[in-house]
Design a protein around this ligand. Structure first.
Ligand SMILES: [Zn+2]
Length: 272
């Protein structure tokens, strides 16, 4: 997802808020190199709503394949819409090794190159359940978070709409509706379980929750324009069609899902 100016201007959250961390988060924080995420999470917990059942499209598929080795080739490059890898099934990661960490680090490099604040592995053509993000973007390096095999446990707080961009859709932005709050269970790059509450009533928490939901959608094969209301989709439709035509010309014979078309059943990507 793309960066936004107001996020860059935010001040870091103070360590005084550490006391409000849940025991799980406290353990995760003490062993985690990326402290900023947990600081924001604590802040997000202020005004956090009671949660409701997880909507079907946010439930991790039970039949997700598992990979014991994540295969990828450096240097990574962003995959643009409508590349079928953005719609393929993403595998659960069951090994936490140097290769996984190297992949996450290269994803962060690519994310910063394009001035992003979040990136999911299928966006670099690697169909596994991995995402990286830094709500402050490249202006605050070292504040990145890596989430492996994230699952949405609950959502709440109603919905709100804001402008989104996506690194796989160069030049296109439009409003998308998201849940305000989301409870997440995931693993870090070492395989440690982390529990996160993203959202709350302040801008930083809501922004972090939005970034997570955008990247999580990528792991579900859902793209941001899938969630747009007709009025939001209309202005970017010509841009989507242009990307489709460009891809079709460069990859004749490759089956793509065009805007407005019903999704084909997702298939496992070649390469794992
Ligand atoms: Zn995206």
């Amino acid at each position: 997802m793309w960066s936004r100016p107001f996020v860059r201007a935010r001040k870091p959250v103070g360590d005084c808020e550490q006391m409000r961390l849940s025991p799980t988060a406290r353990i995760a924080r003490s062993s985690h190199r990326h402290r900023n995420l947990h600081s924001l999470l604590v802040r997000a917990a202020v005004g956090f709503s009671k949660t409701s059942t997880v909507p079907k499209d946010l439930v991790t598929p039970k039949a997700t394949p598992k990979v014991s080795q994540v295969q990828w080739t450096a240097p990574l490059k962003i995959v643009h819409y409508p590349d079928p890898r953005l719609r393929a099934i993403n595998a659960t990661i069951s090994v936490f090794d140097e290769s996984l960490l190297a992949l996450a680090k290269d994803m962060i490099r690519v994310m910063y190159e394009d001035d992003g604040v979040g990136l999911a592995a299928p966006q670099v053509g690697v169909n596994v359940r991995l995402m990286v993000f830094n709500p402050y973007g490249r202006e605050r390096p070292g504040k990145e978070s890596i989430l492996v095999n994230p699952e949405v446990v609950a959502v709440g707080g109603g919905r709100w709409t804001d402008q989104e961009g996506c690194l796989s859709f160069p030049g296109l932005q439009s409003p998308v509706e998201r849940y305000r709050d989301v409870v997440v269970k995931a693993q870090d790059e070492k395989g440690q379980t982390v529990s996160l509450k993203l959202g709350g009533t302040d801008d930083a928490g809501m922004w972090l929750s939005r970034i997570f939901q955008h990247e999580y959608d990528h792991l579900q094969g859902i793209l941001f324009h899938d969630r747009m209301r007709p009025a939001a989709l209309a202005p970017i439709r010509p841009g989507l069609v242009e990307l489709e035509e460009r891809f079709a010309a460069a990859h004749p014979g490759v089956k793509i899902q065009r805007v407005g078309e019903p999704p084909a059943p997702a298939k496992a990507s070649k390469g794992f």
